[in-house]
Design a protein around this ligand. Structure first.
Ligand code: SF4
Ligand code: SF4
Length: 212
């Protein structure tokens, strides 16, 4: 005996719903259109004619194959059959729950898509420019400490000192570098840490621009 759960249509066991195609073998010309069209595998072709061998796989309310059969060989019960069942078996409480479940699934799927596309669009590099007097602030050491254990690195670092004498006299210098992610992660949270460090060190953040 199979343990597979019984198929239902909005709470009604599928085998209790008399909705399926009936083929008039005399009228069938064996064109196979119903066989190739039905996505539920309801039909087999036997001796040149269509036979609905898996009738209970038919989608309740669907009549596509009947509509397209060139000889009108396929018929279905009257739609009243379904309307009566809908009323008598009070399916709409179940439908309401199903609709809520569907809305939740769609919302969750939308959020997953958004998270994936946000991650895909997140910048993994940023260019940072800082100005100020770097001399006795040990800023480079603090930067080194900041990247310790982080999946980010600082590359292409340049420190432009206007003149050596000027640097001695504490004239402002200019530093630029790129922050890169080693694992293609969003670099922006780390850039925020660099900004905070710059502020703490009394330097001026000229720019911190993510690079797409
Ligand atoms: S579409 Fe109609 S004629 Fe063609 S195989 Fe199916 S039942 Fe027969
Ligand atoms: S009515 Fe729709 S689901 Fe049912 S047999 Fe035809 S094509 Fe398949």
């Amino acid at each position: 005996m199979s343990d597979a759960p019984k198929k239902t249509w909005h709470g009604i066991p599928r085998e209790e719903i008399p909705w399926f195609p009936t083929v008039d073998a005399e009228a069938c010309i064996g064109c196979q259109l119903c066989y190739v069209t039905c996505g539920r595998g309801v039909y087999e072709m036997r001796e040149g004619a269509a036979v609905a061998t898996e009738a209970m796989e038919c989608v309740v309310g669907c009549s596509t194959c009947g509509n397209i059969c060139p000889t009108g060989a396929i018929s279905f019960p009257k739609l009243d059959t379904i309307w009566k069942l809908e009323r008598e078996r009070q399916i709409f409480r179940t439908v309401k729950k199903e609709a809520l479940g569907k809305q939740h699934r769609e919302q969750a799927q939308k959020e997953r898509h958004e998270a994936v596309s946000t991650a895909a669009m997140a910048p993994t590099r940023a260019r940072v420019e800082i100005a100020g007097e770097f001399g006795d602030k040990r800023f480079l050491v603090r930067l080194e400490n900041l990247i310790e254990g982080e999946p980010f690195d600082i590359v292409g670092l340049r420190l432009e000192v206007p003149t050596l004498k000027g640097a001695r006299q504490k004239a402002p210098s200019y530093m630029s570098f790129e922050v890169t992610s080693e694992r293609q992660e969003d670099v922006r949270p780390f850039v925020e840490k660099v900004k905070a460090l710059t502020q703490e060190a009394g330097l001026v953040l000229v720019s911190a621009t993510p690079i797409a």
